[in-house]
Design a protein around this ligand. Structure first.
Ligand SMILES: [Zn+2]
Length: 202
């Protein structure tokens, strides 16, 4: 929302008999900063910034893409021609898309609790780097995790994985490239802003 328009709307709101207590953010903090400077409802009632879920989930895709691009640039600088994180069995465009959609889902389906959101987001990471020797499915949900589904049905998980055509696991070396992105995307303040606020009534 354009800052100038927002300031007019907020300044007028009380005369019209209501308050806008939240702003849906598109990632730009200019509007929220200007509104809180204007402080239309007094210092005790700051305007709260809510993150748009669609915008936030794009951060996963953009972040993965950036990591892959930087890894390629670093490899080239060392005279190598292969991207160490991208390609078959590593990070692919399909995996970037699915991680972004799982990230969005983890936020929406756990909107009541930031801790549950965090756990569901880390599940994406640990599930993806799990293999039969090192399974890390504690945080996974039986709704989508082949390992939990196989265990429940008493089937060999690896056989089940092949049958269901699940992605091959990422090696630890590849997965580690993405840890910082997951740390960033599970930031509590960011996730809190993704929770649906109900305090919009006066
Ligand atoms: Zn799992």
């Amino acid at each position: 929302m354009e800052t100038a328009i927002a300031k007019i709307l907020w300044a007028r709101s009380e005369q019209l008999g209501f308050r806008y207590t939240t702003v849906l953010s598109d990632g730009d903090s200019k509007t929220i900063d200007a509104l809180n400077e204007l402080s239309p409802y007094g210092e005790t009632t700051p305007i709260i910034k809510e993150e748009c879920i669609n915008h936030v989930s794009k951060r996963m895709y953009k972040g993965l893409k950036l990591i892959s691009r930087n890894a390629m640039a670093a490899a080239r600088a060392e005279g190598k021609t292969r991207n160490p994180v991208s390609g078959q069995g590593k990070m692919t465009k399909a995996r970037m898309k699915s991680w972004s959609s799982y990230y969005r889902k983890a936020i929406i389906e756990n909107s009541e609790s930031v801790d549950d959101m965090k756990s569901a987001i880390w599940a994406i990471f640990f599930h993806s780097m799990s293999d039969s020797n090192n399974p890390h499915h504690d945080r996974c949900s039986v709704a989508w995790c082949f390992f939990k589904q196989a265990t429940e049905q008493g089937i060999d998980p690896e056989e089940f994985r092949a049958r269901k055509k699940h992605d091959t696991p990422l090696s630890k070396e590849v997965a580690y490239y993405f840890i910082d992105l997951f740390k960033h995307l599970t930031n509590e303040e960011l996730l809190k802003r993704c929770q649906k606020k109900t305090n919009t009534k006066r």
